[in-house]
Write a protein that binds this ligand. Structure first.
Ligand SMILES: [Zn+2]
Length: 92
């Protein structure tokens, strides 16, 4: 994994595109580094990001899309009452 990008202060006043060109990073990486430094969610610039840099609502939507991808790939079906296996710990 690449190390986390920290924007050098002498480049901080430039636009994301100009910094991206100067450092060889993507514009997305520059924007995310800026938001991380400012203590904001790296996706939506919302408040209270977690360790990974995303806020609670972005984290939720990421988990959702990851679950959808996993279901598509592995054919996973959500547990239902009366089906085989252990019910999930948070069964409703
Ligand atoms: Zn967010």
């Amino acid at each position: 994994m690449r190390e986390r990008l920290v924007i050098p202060p002498e480049l901080a006043h430039l636009s994301p595109g100009a910094i991206a060109k100067a450092l060889g990073y993507s514009r997305t990486a520059i924007l995310q580094a800026r938001r991380r430094e400012a203590g904001l969610c790296i996706s939506c610039a919302g408040r209270d990001p977690d360790q990974g840099g995303y806020c609670a609502s972005c984290r939720r939507s990421i988990r959702k899309s990851q679950a959808r991808r996993a279901r598509k790939k592995n054919g996973f079906r959500k547990w239902k009452p009366g089906s085989r296996g252990r019910p999930p710990k948070a069964a409703k």
